[in-house]
Design a protein around this ligand. Structure first.
Ligand code: HEM
Length: 146
């Protein structure tokens, strides 16, 4: 911990606070899906989602709350989740991983985050995104699931 800069991201709820708490995460996620709707780079990934992403918005914002050290809203509302396992129902290769991260990068750039937190958050998100790809590669789409 640096007394001048507050706790390091990843300690306690420092990241959740740096993201602007729940309203900040809701704005981030709303912008994320808006970028995904509009960016031609993301068209392939957008097609994996339902037309109406309001439920997906709440689920992702709730997940990010707990993941960044804030209230565990996803667990409270929806129960447990393993992110890599959950995503095995879609084909997620490098292109899909990068398109998803591209939308996040664009959405993060729209937030009033410090450059340090913006960089940290994107770096942290690359970890589960890559894990999703790896698990998907090891366990391709199961028959009977779309
Ligand atoms: C690697 C690229 C990724 C792709 C292509 C992808 C794709 C998807 C899709 C298609 C859905 C379903 C939305 C719906 O049907 O409503 C979804 C849900 C979700 N994703 Fe991802 N995702 C990716 C990465 C991530 C990452 C890195 C995280 C976490 C940091 C994440 C967290 C979630 C959560 C929490 C949900 C909602 C789960 C639920 O339905 O309860 N995703 N994702």
């Amino acid at each position: 911990m640096n007394p001048d800069q507050g706790p390091a991201f990843g300690v306690g709820d420092a990241s959740f606070q740096a993201a602007g708490g729940e309203p900040g995460l809701q704005r981030l996620v709303a912008d994320f899906y808006q970028v995904m709707d509009l960016a031609p780079e993301a068209a392939g990934v957008r097609a994996m989602y339902p037309a109406d992403v309001s439920d997906a918005r709440d689920r992702l914002a709730s997940f990010l709350s707990g993941w960044l050290g804030g209230p565990k809203r996803y667990a409270e509302k929806y129960g447990g989740i393993s992110i890599p396992q959950f995503h095995t129902r879609w084909q997620v290769g490098e292109a899909e991983r990068d398109a998803w991260l591209f939308c996040m990068e664009q959405a993060i750039a729209r937030q009033p985050f410090t450059p340090e937190f913006a960089e940290y958050l994107l770096r942290q998100l690359r970890v589960p995104a890559e894990r999703i790809r790896q698990v998907q590669a090891a366990c391709p789409m199961r028959p009977g699931r779309s």
